[in-house]
Design a protein around this ligand. Structure first.
Ligand code: G3H
Ligand code: ZN
Length: 313
């Protein structure tokens, strides 16, 4: 069953991240990519298939508003799973804040949900994240623990649909390593998004990642760690994050640009008499696949599909 939870998809990566005897070159993070159309979903999975990589498909609230239905996305993911059985992938609801809507995503068949209460006071973040973890672990139609949960501690600068954080506020809100163990234990979540200097959207200047914080956070918990704001992060910083035990890396904005650039090029190169949308959207889907293949190599998760599937049995 290639449509699996994020906990399952990250299990092998996490094991390697936590084992000090593992060569850091063996470590890898699973790439997680935002989509807002079906061709993008398929392109992401095709890119992963090309390099035998696991992959995470992320639906943002903006994309959900555009598509209009959690069920439509969940059923499409099940269809993709039948079409591409060799690709282990996860369907993730990204940066969600409305508890009832997150529960609907669990019931619809999402295999991971993110509750983002990171802008709220710590105790509220704990309470909401726990409520979602308890619900998701019991109510997935895919069975007990058929849906895992990501939550966030600290805040990232930038815009992510309904969440806007100024650079000034984010600068004051890196993840506090002293809260990490307490947060994970009280909530029962499966993955923790950390604020260590990345931001959502394109950077004006290269981000300054707080590797010191990452090191401390990694020591404080054995839950999987997630890096948000992957667009524009220098390649060496990605490699360092992976070597230090990051298990999931999110990329959104950059992928949108890859898709749109390819579509724009296709339109430019076609005669006005051409009206077949497949000739316009098709190159976008191909460009997405190529980008996913290349990011999977960069995150060192290319070739790890089999290891992920084996770790489940
Ligand atoms: O949750 C989504 C990501 O953090 C995407 O960030 O748009 O900066 O790549 P990005
Ligand atoms: Zn994010």
């Amino acid at each position: 069953m290639p449509l699996i939870t994020m906990k399952q998809i990250m299990a092998d990566s996490l094991k390697k991240a936590l084992d000090p005897s593992v060569d850091t070159k063996e470590r890898y993070a699973v790439g997680a990519f935002n989509f807002s159309t079906i061709p993008e979903m398929v392109g992401i999975v095709e890119g992963a298939r090309e390099v035998k990589s696991p992959v995470i498909l992320m639906l943002s609230l903006g994309a959900l508003k555009y598509i209009g239905s959690l069920e439509l996305v969940a059923y499409t993911a099940r269809g993709i799973a039948r079409q591409y059985p060799e690709v282990p992938f996860c369907l993730h609801l990204d940066h969600a804040t409305d508890l009832e809507m997150i529960k609907q995503a669990v019931v619809a068949g999402f295999t991971n949900v993110m509750i983002d209460a990171s802008q709220e006071p710590y105790e509220d973040n704990v309470r909401k994240s726990k409520e979602i973890a308890d619900f998701a672990h019991k109510h997935s139609p895919l069975g007990l623990n058929g849906c895992s949960v990501e939550a966030e501690l600290g805040m990232l600068a930038g815009h992510e649909d309904n969440i806007h954080v100024s650079e000034e506020d984010a600068g004051k809100a890196y993840t506090d390593p002293e809260l990490v163990a307490d947060f994970v234990e009280k909530t029962g979540i499966d993955a923790l998004a950390v604020a260590i200097g990345t931001a959502h959207g394109f950077y004006k200047a290269a981000p300054k990642i707080r590797f010191d914080l990452l090191e401390e956070i990694r020591r404080k918990t054995d839950t999987a760690l997630v890096l948000h704001g992957g667009t524009g992060v220098p390649e060496d910083d990605f490699r360092k994050c992976v070597a230090m035990g990051m298990s999931k890396i999110n990329v959104g904005t950059g992928l949108k640009k890859v898709y749109t650039d390819a579509v724009r090029e296709a339109i430019k190169s076609l005669p006005e008499s051409e009206y077949d949308p497949r000739k316009i959207v098709g190159p976008g889907r191909k460009a997405i696949a190529a980008e996913i293949a290349s990011k999977s190599e960069l995150f060192n998760c290319a070739g790890k599909a089999e290891a992920v599937l084996k770790s489940m049995y």
